[in-house]
Design a protein around this ligand. Structure first.
Ligand code: F6P
Length: 344
């Protein structure tokens, strides 16, 4: 019988994490399961830092951004005796298993822990990037789309007043979900995403063509991880963060500069950055996080370890954690082609 579970949030934060934590604690209580929260993702597990979470300690969380538990990008496979220390934390706190709320990186490690080490774990997918395979939606994505769409809408009026090209850079390291959705929702004139290498010459031509037909302002939405067609444009070297990952952000400046050079139109840049990760989750993310939290807790209670909760065709269901290893979920070409109908 399952009587104690641990939870953690790993990777970049996003709106909706607290709603998932609240849902787990509430559902666990109904199953007479005690919930322990680890601080700062896998870091807290490796340090065995857990605290009991109760209904009263998780009240008022539904609409709060960030994560009550804190998060980190620590990967147990890169830490000395990481696996041994996870087993020890489970022993010390007498936990039957762990629910891990994470993005692609955190969940890939979680899948290995399940498959290679036989550790009882479950995953809940979250990331504003929406790039986790096996689920149509991840917690945080729809709120980030709201934020980015509002930015496109606001840029529209100032672009129009000044006859400018406005370049909006949004997050999206390997996948351009936010750029595609916010660009479509806001009526962008060009959307540049990592999945479809862009030709800056063609973007310039396209904006000139648009101006030729009397529309003398434009909105270009670019995902931070967008890439030029090889040999068409040199991007600046990206510095690395403390985990050795490229620290993205800034491609918008290059795009704006190149557009000015090629068209002579004045361009301005907005880099939305972490604004997309902060703040209160929208109703869709609150509901998604709640459904994922309840489902994951039910799976824990049934001892159905080794799964991730997934949203597929409107239904929340378990998929094998290994689905994450199928690679990233990128924007399908067919969707991008629909967005493209409205370019220019
Ligand atoms: O969590 C995903 C993400 O938001 C990416 O889109 C972005 O590149 C990255 O996190 C930024 O990470 P950090 O906050 O560690 O700089």
């Amino acid at each position: 019988m399952v009587s104690r579970i641990g939870i953690l949030t790993g990777g970049g934060d996003c709106p909706g994490l607290n709603a998932a934590i609240r849902a787990i604690v509430r559902r666990a209580d109904q199953h007479n399961i005690q919930t322990y929260g680890f601080r700062n993702g896998w870091k807290g597990v490796l340090e065995s830092q857990a605290k009991q979470l109760t209904i009263s300690s998780t009240r008022g969380l539904l609409d709060r951004g960030g994560t009550l538990l804190g998060t980190s990008r620590v990967d147990p496979y890169r830490e000395p005796d990481g696996i041994g220390r996870i087993r020890e934390a489970l022993d010390v706190h007498r936990l039957d298993g762990l629910i891990v709320i994470g993005g692609e990186g955190t969940l890939a490690a979680t899948a290995r822990l399940s498959e290679d080490e036989g550790i009882p774990v479950l995953g809940i997918p979250k990331t504003i990037d929406n790039d986790v395979a096996g689920t149509e939606l991840t917690i945080g994505f729809l709120t980030a789309v709201d934020t980015a769409t509002e930015a496109v809408d606001r840029l529209h009026s100032t672009a129009e007043s000044h006859n400018r090209v406005m370049v909006l850079e949004v997050m999206g390291r390997h996948a351009g979900w936010i750029a595609t959705y916010a660009g479509m929702a806001g009526g962008a004139d060009a959307i540049l995403i990592p999945e479809v290498p862009f030709d800056i010459e063609a973007v310039g031509r396209h904006l000139k063509h648009r101006a030729g037909s009397g529309r003398d302002f434009s909105i270009v939405v670019v995902a931070e991880g967008a890439e030029p067609v090889p040999g068409t444009l040199e991007l600046a070297e990206t510095p690395k963060d403390e985990f050795g990952r490229p620290k993205l952000g800034g491609i918008g400046h290059t795009i704006a500069h190149e557009i000015e050079e090629r068209t002579g139109f004045p361009a301005r840049v907005t880099i939305l950055g972490h604004v997309q990760r902060g703040g209160s989750p929208n109703p869709m993310d609150r509901v998604l996080a709640t459904r994922f939290g309840v489902k994951a807790t039910d799976l824990a209670q049934q001892g159905e370890w080794g799964h991730m909760t997934a949203y597929v065709g409107g239904v929340v269901r378990p998929v094998p954690l290994g689905s994450v290893a199928d690679g990233l979920k990128t924007v399908p070409e067919a969707l991008y082609r629909v967005a493209e109908v409205f370019f220019g």
